[in-house]
Ligand binder design. Sequence first.
Ligand code: HMG
Ligand code: MG
Length: 290
Amino acid sequence: MSFVTVHEVGPRDGLQNEPGVISVSQKIAFIDALRDAGLKRIEIGSFVSPKWVPQMADTDAVMAGLKQMSGVQYDVLVPNKKGWDSFDAARGQGNYGIAVFIAASEGFSRANLNCTIAESVTRLAPVVAAAEAAGVPVRGYVSCVTDCPFVGEIAPAQVAQAVALLRNLAPMPVSLGDTIGKGTPERVAAMLDAVLDIMPASDLAGHFHDTSGRALDNVRASLAKGLRAFDSAAGGLGGCPYAPGAPGNLATEALVAMLHADGFDTGIDAEKLVAAAKMAKGMRNGADQN
Ligand code: HMG
Ligand code: MG
């Protein structure tokens, strides 16, 4: 049976967009539930500007409360050296990775990172170097791989160029973000053809927001191209605060149900995952789960 790795991004991509107050203990309980369901890669927060994304300002406190379990890696987003330094101070002996992120579109780069694509890569160079020196795994994201909320459709060649910029920093795995969920299977397939010319499917992940209800179709199109890793958020939480029209990530429970029905193994307990998804939806509604 073919194995698919599911990267849970709910605690970061999901919660970063929630307007209500979500306590550190609620976040930790959510991450515990995800881990109990069998998720082994969980993106738990970010070290970005608290003025830009207030909901992630307590990521160091979340890290301090996490249980370390063999085989489980927690990831955090880091946009620059200041973010790396904060992460480095918080990580202790824990099993953490970082995710660095750029865009395939200049419009989104400006809105999300306040700089050009080239400047964002320049800022990431010392971050990637520090991570490599410290033995911390690095993952890359490219946003807007089919559409940008500011400039519209993105050509596959532009995505391949952005991927190449990350891969020039280090041979990192790359997650391809359909940030506003406008991609169709046909356009995702064309984009993947361009990216697969420069890196193997085994190092790629699909990160599909589900705005148009096409995320599962886009997963299937990616599976057909050989991808075996996908990002999703329990309960379908999420969106990017700097991407108008990006309300929800693909729900992990929907992704896992489809993968299991199609005969893929994920190592995830679907029933326990439903409990974690319920917790996620409760946080969205402002209910205290503790
Ligand atoms: P800036 O305002 O240009 O930064 O923001 P700056 O260097 O001019 O500094 C301004 C202030 O921010 C200073 O503080 C810095 O110290 C502080 P002040 O002197 O004013 O008090 N600062 C920081 N504070 C904490 N941590 C840091 C940090 N860096 C600077 N790391 C910056 C530039 C990159 C910081 C800002 O644009 C930012 O934080 N952007 C992140 C936005 C974000 O997190 N977006 C969501 C995640 S991406 C996403 O969701 C897409 C994804 O899911 C894939 C997909 O769906 O496509 C990954
Ligand atoms: Mg996202």
